[in-house]
Design a protein around this ligand. Structure first.
Ligand code: PMT
Length: 399
């Protein structure tokens, strides 16, 4: 992938690793990217403006005003950029960024940026491990920024641990991948994704649920958003948080709530993917108070929940409809049955008999089944599985 013409704005803050950015700029410029550099005031202690401006072929800025009294327009700089990279990002600059402080040009540029922001932190190991740094990195992720984590190794203090700036090659590859993924193959499409389990209340403290973590559905949502889609993620209870700004999260608890949320959006979406593990049954009566353990046995009468995916199949107009099948036996036959009964365009089969597949795992092993064909895939991280599913959909229906 060429970086030709890509506009990369690098904010360097004051850390010993700042010298590594010289190599990064050289590599970006070699690929004909346009690079501009803004320094925080303390970064000037660590790098030479002359070196940076020679390598980037652009003036390097630190102050709001130049010696001749002219103003450096931070808004223009921020809007110029296709990406902003903050590297190295010190604990101080990170903290100011996520709390909206704006006492130097670099922070003003950051606050004005509308493009993706990459943050490569670098600091001593205890600072990196401090709860406030962790919280600040989480906040940055919540804003939709991409963190390029610090690496483990020898630090300027002589200590060994996590806190080293990621190597320039790692930062380079992350930025390059961003641009190559940004082919926006799903731009203009709206995708609805269901994820996670549902919880069916028995009484105010107990529920019937399942082991779904939401990892598969959230991975699909992130990948679809990276490809430019607007994503509506309808999630049952899950500890996960979406990162990408194109993901609109709608949290639900029970199957009925998931049903209602899905049909609030379904008519307007182009693609729907049901990866949630929805409870098939729910207690007929939910006790108002906590049920006491007076008897040796206890019976709960269950009634069928609505089948969300089947109803989507019945109401299908223009949508590409994809379901999941989680099986433990006669996998392909059962999945094909669901493909047909629920009027799906494709079903993603995963089996609990495959090690590393299914609930909670970071990996999955799937087989994609349509009316015309079947394609098995190897065991892979769920992020890669999400790419396989979306690529298949793109090739089959969106070319
Ligand atoms: O969340 P993770 O921990 O990452 O785990 C991922 C997963 C194992 C949950 C996921 O890969 C998966 O297989 N999801 C579907 C689980 C499931 O409920 O499968 P099923 O074969 O019972 O249901 C078939 C399809 O109908 C599914 O798309 C399901 O979302 C849908 N369904 C089922 C029942 C119901 N009442 N409404 C539905 O929409």
């Amino acid at each position: 992938m060429s970086l030709e013409g890509k506009k990369i704005l690098i904010i360097i803050s004051g850390g010993i690793a700042a010298y590594k950015i010289n190599f990064l700029i050289r590599d970006f410029v070699k690929q004909n990217a346009e690079v501009k550099v803004v320094l925080t005031p303390s970064a000037e202690q660590f790098v030479s403006k002359v070196t940076l401006s020679t390598l980037s072929k652009n003036e390097v800025l630190t102050e709001f005003y130049n010696d001749n009294g002219t103003w450096n327009n931070h808004i223009e700089l921020a809007l110029w950029a296709d990406v902003v990279l903050v590297a190295p990002c010190t604990a101080n600059t990170l903290s100011k960024m996520v709390h909206g402080l704006c006492d130097n040009l670099a922070l003003a540029v950051y606050l004005s940026a509308k493009c993706p922001v990459f943050i490569a932190p670098a600091m001593d190991l205890d600072m990196y491990a401090h709860p406030s740094t962790k919280q600040n990195l989480e906040l940055a992720e919540d804003f939709g920024h991409i963190i390029i984590p610090a690496e483990y190794g020898e630090l300027a203090s002589g200590l060994v641990g996590q806190g080293r700036l990621a190597e320039p090659e790692t930062i380079y590859t992350t930025i390059e991948e961003h641009f190559s993924n940004a082919h926006q193959s799903l731009k203009g499409k709206t995708i609805l994704i269901t994820a996670g389990p549902t919880y069916e209340a028995i009484d105010p403290v107990r529920f019937i649920g399942n082991h779904s973590s939401g990892k598969m559905g959230y991975a699909l949502a992130e990948e679809a958003a990276r490809r430019g889609a607007q994503v509506i993620l309808i999630s049952g209870p899950s500890g996960l948080k979406p990162r990408h700004q194109n993901i609109q999260l709608h949290r639900v608890v029970s199957a009925k709530e998931m049903f209602n949320a899905v049909f609030q959006y379904y008519n307007a979406v182009d693609i729907a993917i049901a990866s949630a593990a929805v409870a098939d049954y729910t207690p007929k009566v939910v006790a108002d108070e906590k049920i006491k353990k007076n008897e040796d046995t206890f019976t709960i009468e269950l009634v069928k929940n609505p089948d969300i995916l089947k109803t989507m199949g019945e109401r299908k107009q223009h949508q590409i409809l994809v379901g999941f099948a989680l099986e433990t036996q006669n996998e392909v036959e059962n999945a094909k049955g669901k493909l047909h009964k629920k009027n799906l365009d494709m079903i993603v089969l995963n089996s609990l008999r495959d090690e590393g597949a299914g609930f909670q795992k970071d990996t999955n092993k799937i087989r994609l089944i349509t009316a015309e064909e079947e394609q098995p895939f190897a065991l892979k991280p769920k992020e890669e599985v999400a790419k396989d599913i979306l690529l298949f959909i793109e090739h089959k229906w969106l070319k």
